[in-house]
Design a protein around this ligand. Structure first.
Ligand SMILES: *[C@@H]1O[C@H](CO)[C@@H](O)[C@H](O)[C@H]1NC(C)=O
Length: 148
């Protein structure tokens, strides 16, 4: 009985641990490369890294609520206004996904949605963090020492 409860507590703890994650720069670089983002939509791996850093500081649990009642979710701060659904307001739900799913440590769904977003005409300009801090700059330092 006692060990059963301990096992349940351990499982609960593990579930909590897998819910959110803060990636290191090179760890994220490897994942984004494996998922085919280097060159995707005409943007290099360093653009994607720089964008993710200025949007979420590589934290999958990042969430920010906007003045209009929409919110941005996850490592790429994907907006509930256009791309995912939450219970705050109606959404166009372009990625057909629940916003809360974008907060987990598994960023596969975030990447699929980000690919969808960057294919739109504004490209990576959809992300203010990228437009303000990364666009047109030398971004080579973002993959420095990552052994890609
Ligand atoms: C991450 O999620 C995707 C589906 O979104 C799934 O196919 C994959 O197995 C998951 N990866 C891990 C490590 O759980």
């Amino acid at each position: 009985m006692g060990s059963h409860r301990l096992l349940l507590q351990l499982l609960a703890l593990l579930t909590t641990v897998t819910k959110a994650k803060v990636f290191s720069r090179c760890e994220l670089a490897h994942i984004l490369q494996e998922e085919g983002l280097d060159g995707y939509g005409g943007y290099s791996l360093t653009d994607w890294l720089c964008m993710a850093f200025y949007e979420s500081t590589f934290n999958t649990a990042a969430q920010s609520i906007k003045a209009d009642g929409s919110a941005d979710y996850g490592i790429f701060q994907i907006s509930s206004q256009l791309w995912c659904t939450d219970d705050r307001r109606p959404s166009d739900d372009g990625c057909r996904i629940a916003c809360r799913d974008l907060l987990s440590s598994n960023i596969t769904d975030d990447i699929i949605c980000a690919k969808r977003i960057v294919r739109n005409p504004p490209g990576m300009n959809a992300w203010e963090g990228w437009a303000m801090h990364c666009k047109g700059r030398d971004l080579s330092e973002w993959v420095e020492g990552c052994d890609l």
